[in-house]
Design a protein around this ligand. Structure first.
Ligand SMILES: Cc1cc2nc3c(=O)[nH]c(=O)nc-3n(C[C@H](O)[C@H](O)[C@H](O)COP(=O)(O)OP(=O)(O)OC[C@H]3O[C@@H](n4cnc5c(N)ncnc54)[C@H](O)[C@@H]3O)c2cc1C
Length: 374
């Protein structure tokens, strides 16, 4: 078998890319290790308005709930509230399945129950006992990407996200409780019920945290590892990575759908435009991805570093200062999480920075690191 592009992973990143490349006339093979694309999926399904707009396919049939307000609670109980439509909660299994179907109907050859296990030679892989030759391989195979490892890239540093469906109601609200640093637990609507979840280090008592807010569970624990940061590099001479495989998640909420879809679209655009010079096209993909997402990512990562440098009581007092900036908080959007910082009076930003100089210094170092990549 032969393909112009072999895509490993039939999640949202892989299927989006496969659709666009196939529509442009390239021969695409996409392999997915699961027997049913999208099933099971361990995602909360919260999509902001940019994500809904930028997906190739969006169906109201996937929507389980709406999020029309959000409450952020500091470790000591200081609350910040944003009241406006913020997101929809979708059934990720259905979304990923239908996007996989879209890729196939666009001409991609899809193979389920087909794990990628490594290369035979620079441009050949053994897939289900058959040699597949290709010009380019794309790893859309999630945080623990086999494609990245095949090309000698290190494992990503990860956190763990755990959640469970519970017999609770939060109406149309989303409640986030900071646990210290940038770790948090949450309660979100899920149809007539709720999902309770927590994100932290692998050794943290996340199960207990979820159980503590979920007296009557309706399902089993679900979860997955989440990249801590974007990879230093997400392309090489013969390969590119998209989505979680590239570490492309939002630094504050850790949502990854929007950035994965953007990566797939940018990569498709560059490949179609520059197929005759793949090296240049891949380099342009990485540059463009940073150009589009760099500013939000740099500031989001700096804020996360700032939070990680604060004690729980420091976070309480930062929240008290933020409560004085209600108008700025109202600018918060699920897909543009740093907008309140831009909207805040500069004197407040300065006050917050100067009152916690160590946390501010490590945030500034993080900001500079990201800005240099951008
Ligand atoms: C608990 C939790 C909640 C989350 N909530 C949200 C949220 O509300 N909103 C949001 O935007 N993001 C959320 N995320 C993150 C989001 O799920 C991911 O960022 C997103 O799914 C990334 O898409 P992807 O296509 O890059 O990777 P994935 O969705 O991980 O897809 C990768 C695919 O590759 C396949 N695969 C892996 N290895 C191989 C192999 N060797 N061969 C073949 N196939 C392979 C996998 O089976 C999988 O189908 C959450 C994550 C977790 C863990």
């Amino acid at each position: 078998m032969r393909a112009d592009v072999l895509i490993v992973g039939g999640g949202i990143a892989g299927s989006t890319l496969a659709t666009l490349l196939s529509r442009s006339g390239l021969d695409v093979i996409i392999v997915e290790r699961k027997g049913r694309p999208g099933h099971p999926h361990h995602c909360s399904g919260i999509l902001g308005f940019d994500a809904m707009r930028e997906l190739l396919l969006f169906s109201e049939d996937w929507v389980l709930s709406e999020v029309n307000w959000s409450k952020f609670v500091s470790p000591g109980g200081v609350e910040l509230e944003v009241s406006k439509p913020l997101a929809k909660v979708v059934n990720r299994s259905e979304m990923d399945r239908e996007t996989w179907e879209l890729a196939l109907s666009s001409g991609a050859k899809g193979m389920l129950s087909t794990p990628f296990k490594g290369l035979l030679s620079r441009k050949e892989a053994l897939i289900r006992g058959e040699v597949v030759s290709f010009d380019l391989i794309v790893g859309a195979d999630g945080t623990l990407s086999s494609v990245a490892r095949t090309y000698g890239l290190p494992y990503l540093e990860v956190e763990l996200g755990l959640q469970r469906e519970c017999e609770l109601s939060v109406g149309d609200g989303y409640i986030v409780r900071l646990l210290g640093g940038s770790k948090f637990s949450w309660i979100q609507p899920w149809g007539n019920h709720a999902k309770v979840g927590a994100i932290g280090d692998i050794g943290d008592p996340l199960r207990d945290l979820v159980l503590g807010s979920c007296p009557s569970a309706l399902g089993n624990f679900e979860g997955n590892v989440i990249p801590r940061r974007v990879r230093e590099k997400f392309h090489g001479r013969d390969f590119a990575l998209v989505g979680d495989a590239a570490g492309q998640v939002k630094p504050l909420s850790r949502g990854g759908v929007l950035l994965a879809v953007r990566a797939a679209k940018l990569l498709a655009e560059e490949l179609v435009r520059g197929w005759d010079n793949l090296g240049k096209a891949l380099a342009r993909y990485e540059r463009e991805w940073w150009r589009v997402n760099g500013a939000e990512l740099a500031l989001g990562s700096a804020l996360r570093r700032y939070l990680e440098g604060l004690s729980p009581s420091d976070i309480d007092s930062v929240f008290r200062t933020l409560r004085e900036c209600e108008d700025s908080l109202r600018t918060f959007e699920t897909d543009r999480q740093t907008l309140p910082i831009h909207a805040m009076p500069k004197t407040k930003v300065l006050k917050l920075s100067l009152s916690r100089p160590r946390a501010s210094l490590s945030a500034a170092v993080e900001l500079v690191k990201y800005l240099m990549r951008w």
